[in-house]
Ligand binder design. Structure first.
Ligand code: NAP
Length: 496
């Protein structure tokens, strides 16, 4: 099923409107498609393994799923909504928003769902990317955008005896809605951003809930009540108020990054705020001691919930901090030898974040394999381009995650950068572009150096790869990433 170039207009033997295959129909892929379409790129195909669009918002359907980044910023700048129901929208509202935007911009028709890409290979003779799906379909394109995200492959740790458990189990990012948790004895392993959202949602309904925590978290309040009518009316009718609110949220998010970048000054003020909040939520000193984090504020993702800590204090909820030694047939055994029996284990153990693009095989020039190039940890110029992989762009690639901001801000910047790059290729009549290795190496060094002295370096987290290099996060502010990506610099690339 290859797409033949149909545009008769040619520049140096290349079609004026190059074919672009985008892998991933989440916020990133849709942003890229909107941006490219607006600038005359008509031959776009979006492939996604899921049966529908939405990416992370399609897969993460756990009870209580919502974004902890306020919607006025967690939305495209050019598609602002005035009717958000809450400060941080629930999952269904975000998913509906994305579907609506995709429809409005005619992007939904470009999406080919249920296509899991197994391999992408670059043919240097023809300067063409060949994309294969697991089902054996083939697509060809002049440029390739990998928008598969960092958090799409659930991680289930290989605890001894895992396969022995005879009860029910699932990962929080693949919630089993057919399984009725009511009246069940449930174990939750992991206490990250996902768990703090669904633990309070399920705790009132299960018979017994045991939460296994390996590391405590710094927390800040988030009540997330429905917006009052007067507020919604004001946002809808007062000119500039929506924009002002977005600006305020942007600045608040940047202040969180400021705290992470300066852990001993601004960070300690934020840490104090978090301590006061957590103390107020944890009257029981024993529970407080168990929950209390033992690392610098902001090193791991700060969690926002006003409901999680109180849920731990419920009579049917137990917090276990003893490490899990093994999974048994009927439950979990901790290292103190204590067995607890469960009907269901929910793995809320995060994602294989540092294994970018796995298990997809990506082959560039001279037989280069992306996973080979990234043997010592993933890296890319501005998280976007890798030498030896011509006209290939990553979205939400290495070092572009944010602990403080909205990923949509980054994705929009990346979409614009990719568009500028492809316009440059088109205008020059080139066949392809490839980032200069020395540019990519220098930008990686600069990124890594920028982590020095920040809270991110003070503990272990999913932001690091197996060698400890921080590969997930951008080390600076949203503002800085916008500045760095605002204008595509052709001198950093070789055009062929
Ligand atoms: P996560 O933050 O990576 O949390 C995984 C949890 O599992 C951690 O508590 C971790 O403990 C624990 N864990 C991992 N392996 C374990 C093992 N072998 N034994 C015991 N515990 C283990 O995953 P997540 O909660 O799914 O969130 C991932 C990311 O998704 C977030 O950081 C965030 O970026 C994004 N997210 C965002 C939102 C939002 O509202 N915007 C909501 C949910 C998720 P340790 O801390 O000790 O490693």
């Amino acid at each position: 099923m290859s797409q033949a170039p149909v545009n008769a207009e040619q520049v140096n033997g290349r079609p004026r409107s190059p074919r672009v295959v985008i892998i991933g129909a989440g916020f990133g892929g849709i942003a890229a498609a909107i941006e490219l379409r607006r600038h005359g790129f008509e031959k776009l195909t979006i492939l996604d393994a899921a049966p529908a669009i939405g990416g992370t918002w399609f897969y993460n359907s756990y009870p209580g799923a919502a974004c902890d980044v306020p919607s006025h910023l967690y939305s495209y700048s050019y598609e602002q909504r005035r009717g958000w129901s809450r400060f941080c929208s629930p999952r269904q509202e975000i998913l509906s928003y994305l579907e609506e935007v995709a429809r409005e911009y005619g992007i939904d028709g470009l999406v080919r769902s249920a296509r899991r890409v197994s391999e992408c290979g670059f043919d240097p003779e023809r300067s063409v990317w060949e994309v294969k799906t697991e089902a054996g379909e083939r697509y060809e394109s002049d440029a390739l955008v990998l928008a598969t995200g960092q958090l799409n492959r659930p991680h289930v740790p290989t605890l001894p005896g895992r396969e022995r458990f005879t009860g029910h189990s699932f990962h929080s990012a693949r919630w089993d809605h057919d399984y009725d948790l009511r009246g069940k004895r449930v174990a939750v392993i992991g206490t990250g951003a996902s768990a703090v959202q669904f633990v309070p949602a399920i705790a009132p309904h299960v018979a017994r809930l045991t939460v296994y925590q390996r590391t405590g978290n710094w927390m800040l309040p988030r009540e997330n009540r429905l917006y009052p009518t007067w507020f919604r009316r004001a946002i809808a009718s007062v000119p500039g108020l929506q924009l002002l609110r977005r600006r305020w949220i942007f600045d608040y998010c940047e202040s969180l990054t400021l705290a992470i970048r300066h852990p001993r000054t601004v960070g300690s003020v934020f840490g104090l705020r978090s301590s006061m909040f957590m103390r107020s939520q944890l009257p029981d000193p024993e529970l407080r001691a168990k929950v209390w984090p033992d690392y610098t504020f902001g090193c791991k993702r700060v969690l926002f919930s006003s409901y999680y800590l109180p849920a731990l204090g419920r009579p049917n909820v137990e917090l276990v901090t003893e490490p899990i030694a093994e999974v048994t047939e009927s439950g979990l055994r901790t290292s103190d030898g204590l067995d607890r029996e469960f009907d269901c284990i929910i793995w809320s153990t995060g994602f294989r974040a540092s294994e970018f693009m796995a298990p997809m095989r990506v082959r560039g020039l001279d037989g280069l394999e992306l996973h080979g190039v990234w043997e010592d940890g993933p890296h890319a110029h501005l998280g976007l381009t890798v030498p030896g992989f011509p006209s290939m762009f990553l979205m939400y690639g290495p070092n572009t995650n944010t602990s403080g901001g909205s990923i949509i801000v980054y994705l929009e910047a990346q979409a614009s950068y990719i568009r500028q790059a492809l316009v440059e290729v088109r205008e020059r009549g080139s066949r392809r572009l490839d980032v200069r290795p020395e540019v990519e190496a220098a930008s990686d060094r600069a990124t890594q150096a920028q982590f020095q002295g920040t809270a991110w370096t003070d503990c272990d987290s999913w932001y690091r790869d197996s060698d400890g290099r921080i590969v997930a996060n951008w080390p600076g502010y949203m503002r800085e990433y916008l500045e760095r990506t605002q204008t595509f610099d052709p001198s950093e690339f070789v055009f062929t």
